[in-house]
Design a protein. Sequence first.
Length: 444
Amino acid sequence: MMSPMKKVWQRALGVLVLLALGVAGGVAWLQARDQARSYASESDKASALPALALPERVARGAYLARVGNCASCHTARGGMAYAGGRAIGTPFGTVYAGNLTPDPETGLGRWSADDFWRAMHHGRSRDGHLLNPAFPYSSFTRVLRSDSDALFAYLQQLPAVAQANRAHALRFPFNTQLALTVWRALYFKPAVFEPEPAQSDAWNRGAYWVTGLGHCAACHAPRNGLGASVRADELGGGMIATQGWYAPSLSDAHEAGVLRGKPQAMVDLLKTGRSGNASVVGPMAEVVFRSTQYMAIEDLNDMVLYLQSLSKPALIQAASSAFRQAPGKPDLRFTQGEKIYSTHCAQCHGEQGQGVSAIYAALAGNRAVTMANPANLVRVVVQGGFAPATTGNPRPFGMPPFRQTLDDAQIAAVLSYIRQAWGNEASAVSPLEVLQNLQANEAH
């Protein structure tokens, strides 16, 4: 006769088996639904534009590759252009970019335009397997079929490079197709860019670049614990995983929101990497160097017009009163920071943080200095600040790294000083914040 305990265990085992079968069935259904979507006729709606002749299509594709900054990820340091192999750190492990050259064995030589469209629009490879969303198909899904075909035509005429793709080094379960299936069910749905009838043609063109091939949300939107962008359309800012840099909000007037600035200044920053006494550094310097400096002025104007529409006028007034602190006697850290600044910084940035126009950034009244998140300031002091060399600014001035000169406490002191001197009114930076920023970057 079976004991009561044995019956309990058998029932529990039966429940677990049923649950496993239910999960497996649900995943299988999700996979089938996802697979069906990738072959649906919805793509026909996106390809209604007349096809360009091949030379025009290739030229358009070359421009689109610049806009999408494809070479940055798909070119390893010292490697052949677009041949892949670059390691891209994520919180879940390392992803290696694929070979986009037309090599038939290791690249896209056997792909068709339909295969490429499926990767861009649906995030599926030629053989049907799901692509890792580090390839930002959640943005590229908005790219028009005609532009996808043009980009593919350009890639097909590149020199073929035989370079095998490296397998991703992701932790379990993030290295499984099962995990990607669930992630996509939660966070991804193929889309087509739809112009807003109430907006101008210029606004819609800007929206197309920003939300699609430009994939600005990949950096400038926060991500949840599973790596999915949160409120991507707001471009509300977020930490760039594994790099220790913060991509500031493009809609918040306290950060990099563009509504307070003149449109021409924003265009200059994207075109040359410099505008007045402001310049781009860190990951954005690479974007300008490889991508936006090559964009047509009219397209940059459209992007700025769209970005300006994201900010709310009410935030402008609020920004002027942000980070207010009660006046008081400067603490010891402020005094120490003042001495460090005078020794290492004032020669370039000025005794009053005024900078030198077109050469050294002003620190007084600089939103990049007074943002709530001081991560970028830490990175600039530690790694140095280097603007991109562009046609409009071929010999930019840079800032050397101070990691070998200043310790964590000294970095915290000088940053606290510049965030609270000359009318700046931001919170102090602690040595712990400096250490945490450095450890977060070194952990990957």
